[in-house]
Design a protein around this ligand. Structure first.
Ligand code: ACM
Length: 639
C-alpha cells in the first residue's frame, strides 16, 4: 500500500448530539490511496465510553484514542461511531462535541482531521446592542452602583478628559490619576487626563476609609476626595467609566462610595488552557475598570504546572506543552500539539507590578493534595508506590493525589510554598485542597501508618492534618494560607491557621465555615462561575453541572444571609471564577466573562440595598457593551 501524505488527504469527522445524550460521529477521508492501521485521537469535555462502531484503545480523562475493525478510510466509505459521556453527563452545548482530532498512523506519522459539528448556528450572538447611558436620567448606570448618588440635574461635557489641578501635591493620589490615564491609553479609551479637560481637584478627607471616595461633579468642575491612594484611584475609575458609558456628557451630582467587601476577586484557570501573558495583563486591566482588587491565579492543575519555579523545574518543562508524544496528551482540544506554554518568574513579577498599579493583589495557587496528575507523572515519588487506592478524579484522572505520609511530599510542598510566596508580595498563598477523590489514600500502607501514628481515622482526617501542617508552615513564612471549601473537613477542624476558605459548590459550606470562625470568600458556581454556560442554547460554550449562570444569576444572590448579620465580618468577599476546560482560545475568556463580570463587581462592591435587579443589570450591561467593544473585549467568540 502506498504511503499517504497530508497534502493529498482530507479527513473529516462530522459530529452531532443525539436526542438521547449521545454523540454521533462519521469519519471519512478523501485521498489518493486508502489509509490503514490508524488510531483516531481527539478530546471530549469529560470521560466518555464508546457505545458502538469503534474500540477504545486509551483514555486519559476526556482524551480518547479509538481503533476500528475496518480499514475503509480513503475508499469512499465512512466509519460511523457513537460515544456517550460517563455518569450520564448531558452534552448540552457545542463544548461537548469532539475537539482536536487527528489520526496517528502505524509509523507514528500524524494526519489532521477536520471536525465538522452539526447543529451550530454560525450567526448566533448574545452580544447586547451597544447603548449609551442617558445623562438626563436620575438613574446612574455606573457599575458597581455607588453607595450614594444625588443627581443635581445638570450635565458636564468631559469628552476632552480631565485636567488635574496640580496645586495639590499629594504623591499617592497623583499617581492614582496617572495609573488610570495609563490604563485608558493602553486600552484605547483615553484621553483621561488632558490639558483641555475639565478641572479635576483632589482633596484629602481623612474621615474616609482607605478605599472610599467622594465625587462632586458640577458644571464648573469636579472634586474628588479620598483619604488614600486607593480611594483616589477608584474615584478616577468612576470618572473614566462615566465618560465612556455616557458618551462624553456625564450627569452632575454627588457620589459617595466605598466597597461593601474587602475581597472582590476574579480567578483564572491557566492550567487547562494556557493564556498568553498579554491576555493576563488585559484581564487585570479589565478587573480594574470594575473595581475588582484580587486576581486569583490558578496556574497548576491535573493538566499542567505553568509557573517556571526553580525548585522543581521538571514540572513546567515537562507539562507546559501537551499533545502527541508528551506526558499530557491532546486534552481540551490540543490535538497533536504541541500546545501550551509556561510563565516565567520575570513575567509573574511584571504581572504583580502591573496589578499593583491598579490596586490589585495577586493570590497564587498551588494545588495539593489532589488535582496533581501531571505533577505525579513527572514526580512519581510524591505517591506511595504500594498505594492501590486507584482513585479516579471527577475529571477522570487515575491516581492524581499526592501522599502526605511521604517525606518527599513535604519537601515538595514546602519548597513550592516558600518559592512561590516569595514571588508574590501579597503574602497570601492558596493551597488548593480541591476535590480529593473519595478513594484516595484508602489503600496506601504509608497512609495507614500515618493514621496510626497521628490518631487519624478517615481520609478527611488525613487531609485536615495535612492542610493544618502545611498552613502552619506557610504562616511561619509570614504568609496567610487559603484553600477551597473542602479544607474545612477533618476531625481537627481542617486547615485552621487563620486561613481564608473559598466556598464554591454553593454558599452553604462557606456559611458553615464562617460560623466556625473561618474567613470566607463566596464564589458559588451557580452565580459566579463563568465556565458554567450562560444559557441552555446549544450554541453556547460552557459546563452545566451547576445549571446555567445567566447575567441575572450573577447578581441575584447575597454573600451574607440577611438573617445572619453576625457573619458580615467573616465573609470577607466574593469572587468570579473561570475554569478553562471549555476554553479553546484566549478570546473565549472574554466571551465567558463579559458581561457576567458586571455581576461580581456589583456583589463585591455595592451596598445590599443598591444591588441592581435583573432588569437594571441588563440595562447596565447594554451600556457596558460599548465599553467592552471599546477595549477590544470580544463578546461573541465561541469556537
Ligand atoms: C472547584 O471548582 N472545583 C474549586
Amino acid at each position: 500500500m502506498e504511503a499517504v501524505t497530508c497534502a493529498d488527504t482530507t479527513i473529516r469527522m462530522e459530529t452531532w448530539r443525539t436526542e438521547d445524550r449521545q454523540v454521533n460521529c462519521i469519519l471519512s477521508a478523501k485521498c489518493d490511496a486508502p489509509i490503514s492501521n490508524y488510531t483516531l485521537c481527539f478530546s471530549m469535555l469529560a470521560p466518555c465510553e464508546v457505545v458502538e462502531g469503534a474500540t477504545s484503545k486509551k483514555i486519559t480523562a476526556g482524551y480518547i484514542e479509538l481503533g476500528f475493525d475496518r480499514d475503509v478510510l480513503g475508499t469512499g466509505q465512512a466509519l460511523a461511531f457513537t460515544l456517550k459521556y460517563k455518569r450520564n453527563m448531558n452534552p448540552s452545548n457545542r463544548s461537548w462535541l469532539p475537539k482536536g482530532a487527528y489520526l496517528r498512523l502505524e509509523d507514528g506519522s500524524i494526519l489532521p482531521v477536520q471536525i465538522a459539528p452539526r447543529g451550530i448556528d454560525q450567526a448566533f450572538s448574545t452580544k447586547l446592542p451597544e447603548q449609551q447611558a442617558d445623562p438626563s436620567s436620575d438613574e446612574l448606570m455606573l457599575v458597581p452602583a455607588p453607595q450614594s448618588w444625588k443627581p443635581s440635574g445638570n450635565q458636564l461635557d468631559v469628552s476632552a478628559g480631565f485636567k488635574l489641578d496640580r496645586s495639590w501635591e499629594g504623591d499617592g493620589e497623583t499617581d492614582s490619576a496617572a495609573s488610570v490615564e495609563a490604563l485608558a491609553e493602553r486600552n484605547n479609551i483615553g484621553p483621561f487626563l488632558h490639558e483641555d479637560g475639565v478641572i479635576l481637584r483632589f482633596a484629602i478627607n481623612e474621615d474616609l476609609a482607605e478605599d472610599a471616595y467622594e465625587l462632586t461633579i458640577t458644571p464648573e468642575g469636579i472634586t474628588l476626595s479620598a483619604s488614600a491612594a486607593a480611594g483616589a484611584f477608584y474615584g478616577a475609575i468612576t470618572l473614566l467609566n462615566l465618560k465612556l458609558i455616557y458618551g462624553g456628557t456625564i450627569p452632575c451630582g454627588h457620589i459617595a462610595d466605598a466597597p461593601r467587601f474587602e475581597w472582590r476577586g476574579q480567578h483564572l484557570d491557566c492550567a487547562r488552557h494556557y493564556y498568553e501573558p498579554e491576555t493576563l495583563l488585559r484581564l487585570v486591566d479589565m478587573m480594574a475598570l470594575f473595581k475588582l482588587n484580587r486576581f486569583h491565579w490558578h496556574f497548576c492543575d491535573d493538566e499542567a504546572f505553568r509557573l517556571e519555579v526553580e525548585s522543581y523545574p521538571e514540572l513546567w518543562k515537562k507539562s507546559g506543552m501537551r499533545g502527541e508524544g508528551r506526558i499530557v496528551p491532546g486534552i481540551y482540544g490540543a490535538a497533536d500539539g504541541p500546545q501550551g506554554g509556561t510563565y516565567s518568574i520575570a513575567f509573574a513579577k511584571r504581572l504583580v507590578a502591573h496589578a499593583k498599579e491598579l490596586n490589585i493583589e495577586i493570590l497564587p495557587e498551588i494545588e495539593v493534595p489532589a488535582h496533581s496528575w501531571a505533577v505525579l507523572q513527572i514526580h512519581p515519588e510524591l505517591r506511595d508506590a504500594a498505594d492501590e487506592s486507584g482513585e479516579i478524579s471527577v475529571h477522570g484522572y487515575l491516581n492524581n493525589t499526592i501522599n502526605p505520609a511521604l517525606p518527599e511530599a513535604w519537601t515538595y510542598m514546602e519548597a513550592l510554598a516558600r518559592e512561590i510566596s516569595g514571588i508574590f508580595p501579597f503574602s497570601h498563598l492558596h493551597l488548593g485542597c480541591d476535590e480529593r477523590p473519595p478513594a484516595a489514600w484508602t489503600k496506601s500502607p504509608t497512609i495507614d501508618k500515618l493514621k496510626a501514628e497521628q490518631g487519624l481515622k478517615t481520609a478527611d482526617d488525613v487531609q485536615g492534618w495535612m492542610m493544618d501542617k502545611l498552613a502552619s508552615y506557610v504562616r511561619a513564612l509570614g504568609v496567610r494560607p487559603a484553600a477551597w471549601e473542602e479544607a474545612a473537613k477533618g476531625a481537627n477542624g481542617g486547615i485552621n491557621n487563620n486561613a481564608i476558605l473559598f466556598s464554591w459548590t454553593q454558599q452553604g459550606p462557606g456559611l458553615e465555615a464562617a460560623r466556625k470562625g473561618y474567613s470566607v470568600v463566596m464564589t458559588p458556581a451557580a452565580h459566579a462561575y463563568w465556565d458554567i454556560a450562560p444559557s441552555s442554547n446549544f450554541n453556547e460554550i460552557g459546563l452545566n453541572w451547576a445549571g446555567i449562570t445567566s447575567l441575572a444569576d450573577s447578581v441575584n444572590w447575597d454573600p451574607v444571609p440577611e438573617n445572619e448579620p453576625e457573619l458580615e465580618g467573616k465573609i470577607i468577599g466574593a469572587q468570579g471564577c473561570l475554569w478553562s476546560e471549555v476554553v479553546l482560545r484566549d478570546a473565549n475568556m472574554e466571551t465567558m466573562m463579559a458581561p457576567r463580570i458586571l455581576g461580581i463587581s456589583e456583589i463585591g462592591w455595592a451596598a445590599r440595598a443598591n444591588k441592581p435587579d435583573a432588569e437594571t443589570i441588563t440595562q447596565k450591561a447594554a451600556c457596558y457593551s460599548k465599553l467592552f467593544s471599546a477595549i477590544g473585549w470580544r463578546q461573541d467568540v465561541r469556537d
